[in-house]
Ligand binder design. Structure first.
Ligand code: NDP
Length: 265
């Protein structure tokens, strides 16, 4: 028996990176996965790679109308969802604007990051609960970040949005428990996972390797993590093995949060 046999899952931002790895791992464990994204070409290709156990749906996590349309389609096609992974997220650096410190960041860029990372997770939780209400069970997994647990001077909006995701996860977990629903909600806090998200920061050319080494020089395991390593944690939270876990936060960061960067001798 596979660990997610018979379950239906929706993963946001699943065209590439961590979301794609989670979709693949879920299919490998027997789930049917709705691969969703705003990049329709990459999302369709990703779902195609996963075969009959996956389908692509356009879903911009910022748009409530997209959530309503996706949920209506899923309800008609396969009924309630068992698993929702709110994975889609942006750093704010996608447009090459590196001014994200608390003194100089623009209000517009602050709002854009929160729209995707926080509004998207709020909507994802809202519609996940509604889908899971009738069967009274399910697993919601929110992808926060190590940046949601510590301050990040150069990425203020990203850190703020991910901290809010951590807290909202606990609110959702308690709300569902209060409502008598066996709907669990947990957050995963990755750090330095090698995905396309890093490309604008790593760049190309001969200095790429050096930049990579610099980014992980303070990471105790001294390497980037891989998307599949995050997906393995998502499989655990999605499965019935995690039946007593709700409102929890799991770090997957090569040990960064285990200690302080400064080590007084
Ligand atoms: P990627 O940028 O590689 O992939 C994110 C995917 O989400 C892309 O396909 C992107 O589409 C899509 N997306 C962006 N905006 C939206 C939207 N509004 N609605 C739906 N989909 C959208 O990111 P990662 O795989 O690296 O990150 C996944 C999650 O993990 C994010 O929440 C991120 O913050 C978090 N995380 C990642 C870490 C890392 O080191 N990689 C560390 C900590 C947390 P498009 O390409 O068209 O923009």
């Amino acid at each position: 028996m596979k660990r997610l046999e018979g379950k239906h899952a929706l993963v946001t931002g699943a065209a590439r990176g961590i979301g794609a790895a989670i979709a693949r791992a879920f299919v490998d464990e027997g789930a049917f996965v709705y691969v969703t994204d705003i990049d329709d070409d990459a999302g369709t290709a990703m779902a195609g790679l996963l075969g009959d156990a996956a389908a692509y749906l356009h879903l911009d996590v910022r748009e409530e109308s997209d959530w309503i349309a996706a949920m209506k389609h899923i309800e008609q096609r396969s009924g309630p969802l068992d698993i929702v992974v709110n994975n889609a997220g942006i750093t704010g650096f996608e447009q090459g604007n590196y001014t994200h410190d608390p003194e100089h960041a623009s209000l517009e860029s602050w709002r854009e990051v929160h729209r995707t990372n926080l509004d998207g997770v709020f909507l994802g939780c809202k519609y996940a609960i509604r889908s899971m209400r009738a069967p009274k069970s399910g697993s919601i997994i929110n992808i926060s970040s190590r940046s949601g647990l510590v301050g990040i001077p150069g990425a203020a909006a990203y850190a703020s949005s991910k901290a809010a995701v951590r807290n909202h996860t606990k609110t959702v977990a308690l709300y569902c428990a209060e409502q008598g629903l066996n709907v669990r909600c947990n957050s995963i806090h990755p750090a330095a996972i090698l995905t396309p998200m890093w490309e604008p920061m790593l760049g190309t050319g001969p200095e790429r390797e050096q930049r990579m080494a610099e980014f992980v020089s303070d990471t105790p395991l001294r390497r980037f993590g891989m998307p599949e390593e995050v997906a393995a944690v998502a499989v655990l939270l999605a499965s019935d093995e995690a039946a007593y876990m709700t409102g929890a936060e799991l770090n997957i960061d090569g040990g960064i949060l285990a200690g302080a960067a400064a080590s007084p001798k």
